[in-house]
Design a protein around this ligand. Structure first.
Ligand code: SF4
Length: 308
């Protein structure tokens, strides 16, 4: 069996920074440090950090007064920041700088008096954070149909921002519908869309041209991993999202010549290797990597840990 790995795949710079933030906070302050929400959407990562002394909570009320508290890569609403300040928690903010950039862009548009539209998935923590960061109503749009349902007069100056785990291609149709509906509309430059989301999606499209089956390594609640699976399926290739090698169903690869593997932005490479090992249990495997875009982006740690 041939195994072809997508390039790039797995960890993005925002995820590396978020995980390093928790690890360095544990070194600097000692355990426990509290983390609001899964630092990134991956159980393996969360369990590894728990073993080192991180405590994951969903609500700040679960954090003892004064404790070191880390906000996840997805970002948080202003109300959460205010709540933390009110409780004198020692906050370290691991929000990805590209998510912060979306917050700032949204604030600028709202400050210009534009009605703000957010293209994203309801209930995702990043969407809740972005909605809660902008001191004005934010209209969430998930589909082209939602655009027609917006209760904003067509001559109103509007602007849109997007959830970072949507790519240029994901948002193209919705943006076209918005531009068709509103006469005065602004949006970010496409180069402001997260490089990692875009690159992983381009890579899985390339992968789909040369393989018979695609395995996406990632968590079920990882938005970008689900999207990689959908893109594989849209390309006509059976595609499966699995957390690790144990979730591999032998029937998916029975009689298959070439298996493609990619990984969501929050999935560590060790899990890709785990899936390859699971394939090896079924027979000899030859592994190659597709040529793809090389990523060199790195983000500095939050200022509290800058010297770490
Ligand atoms: S996917 Fe993009 S926005 Fe999200 S954490 Fe990674 S680099 Fe940041």
């Amino acid at each position: 069996m041939r195994v072809v790995l997508a390039q790039p795949r797995g960890f993005c710079a925002g995820v590396v920074r978020a995980i390093d933030t928790v690890e360095q906070a544990l070194v600097k302050y000692g355990p426990p440090v509290y983390v609001r929400h899964e630092i990134v959407h991956n159980k393996f990562v969360v369990e590894s950090l728990k073993a080192k002394g991180a405590v994951f909570v969903e609500e700040l009320s679960e954090v003892p007064a004064g404790a070191v508290t880390i906000f996840s890569a997805h970002g948080v609403a202003r109300a959460v920041e205010d709540d933390a300040a009110g409780r004198r928690l020692a906050v370290i903010n691991a929000t990805c700088p590209l998510v912060t950039k979306v917050h700032n862009q949204g604030k600028r548009y709202a400050g210009q008096g534009r009605a703000l539209i957010l293209i994203g998935h309801a209930g995702h923590p990043e969407v809740e954070g972005t909605q809660g960061q902008i001191p004005a109503p934010v209209h969430l749009v998930q589909t082209v149909e939602d655009v027609a349902r917006l209760e904003i007069p067509i001559e109103t100056p509007v602007a849109y921002v997007t959830q970072t785990t949507l790519s240029v291609d994901d948002t193209r149709a919705i943006i076209a519908a918005l531009e068709a509906r509103f006469t005065d509309i602004r949006g970010p430059d496409t180069k402001d869309i997260c490089y990692a989301t875009q690159n992983r999606q381009v890579a899985v499209r390339e992968l789909s041209k040369v393989v018979d089956v695609i395995l996406v390594v990632g968590a079920k609640n990882s938005s970008n991993s689900n999207r990689l699976k959908e893109i594989g399926a849209e390309s006509g290739i059976p595609s499966y999202l699995i957390a690790n090698g144990r979730e591999l169903e032998p029937r998916w690869v029975q009689g298959v010549h070439t298996v493609g593997i990619t990984a969501g932005a929050s999935a560590p490479e060790v899990l890709v290797e785990d899936v390859i090992d699971a394939l090896r249990q079924l027979g000899p495997v030859e592994v190659t990597t597709l040529p793809g875009r090389e990523e060199t982006i790195e983000f500095r740690l939050p200022p509290e840990l800058a010297t770490a």
